[in-house]
Design a protein around this ligand. Sequence first.
Ligand code: NAP
Length: 250
Amino acid sequence: MLILGGTRDARQLAARLAGRDDLSVLLSLAGRTENPAPQPVPVRSGGFGGAEGLADFLRAHGTCAVIDATHPYAANISRNAASACAATGVPLLALGRPAWAAQEGDCWREVQDVAAAVEALGMAPRRVFLALGRNEVRAFEAAPQHAYLVRSVDPITPPLAVPQAEYILARGPFSEADDHALLGASGIEIIVAKNSGGTATYGKIAAARALGIAVVMLRRPPMPDVARVSEADAALAWLDARLGCAVVRE
Ligand code: NAP
C-alpha cells in the first residue's frame, strides 16, 4: 500500500504499519525538504508526473490501497490521488486533521491566498511573524515596509529582499509556552499562518490569543470529495477492512 506523505500524520501512520508482515508499505514524499525526517518504512521521493503518472505507478506496483496523508494545503497531489485511484479502482482514504476553529479571544482574518495575506498586513509598518513555507514567504517582498520574523523548516535562500527580516530554522512541534515567549520577546504584532489543524503548530495560535496578537489565516484549498478520517486508528481500521482482514492489536 502507498502512503502519500510529507506530514507528521503520515510518519506516525507509517510507524503504526511498519511491523506488519501482511503488507508492503511505501511512503511517498515530494522530495522538497532538504533534510527530511527519518521515516519508519521504505520511502520513494519525487513527483509521479501528474495523475496519469500516479495511476501508472499504482498499476506497476500492484498497489492495493492509497492513504493520502499529505498536508491540507497540498491540493494538487490530493486531486491527483483522487483521479488516479478512480481511474485504477484502487481504494483511497484521506487522513488529515480538521481545521482549527476560531475561539473567543482570537482575532483572525481569513484570506484566500498569500497575495491576500500580504494585502491584509496593511500599509503601516508592523512586526510580522510568518509561519509559512519557503515558497510562500517570497510574496511578502511586495510589502517591504514590515519587519519579518520567518520560521521555516528549510532556509529561505536567497533571503527576502526586504530591509528587515530575521529567520528561525525549526521543525515542530512547537509548544504554546515557547511560542508565547518568542512572540512576546520579538514584539510581534501580527501572524500569517496556515490552518494546519492538530496540536503540533497550534502553540502560536493559542499564544496569539493570550497576547492579543492578530492572525491572518490562509483558508484551506478545496479538496476532492473522497473518504476522509482524522485519526490513524480510523485509517488502520479502513485499511484492514479493504484487506479483508481483522487484526486484533493491543
Ligand atoms: P502540491 O502542490 O499538492 O503538489 C505539487 C506536486 O508535488 C504534485 O503534483 C506532485 O508532483 C508532487 N507531490 C506532492 N506531494 C507528493 C508526495 N507526497 N509524493 C510524491 N509527489 C508529491 O504539494 P505542496 O503544497 O507543494 O507540498 C509538497 C509536499 O510537502 C506534500 O507532500 C505535502 O504533504 C508536504 N507539505 C506541504 C505543506 C504545505 O503547506 N503545502 C506543509 C507541510 C508539508 P507530480 O504531479 O509530478 O506527481
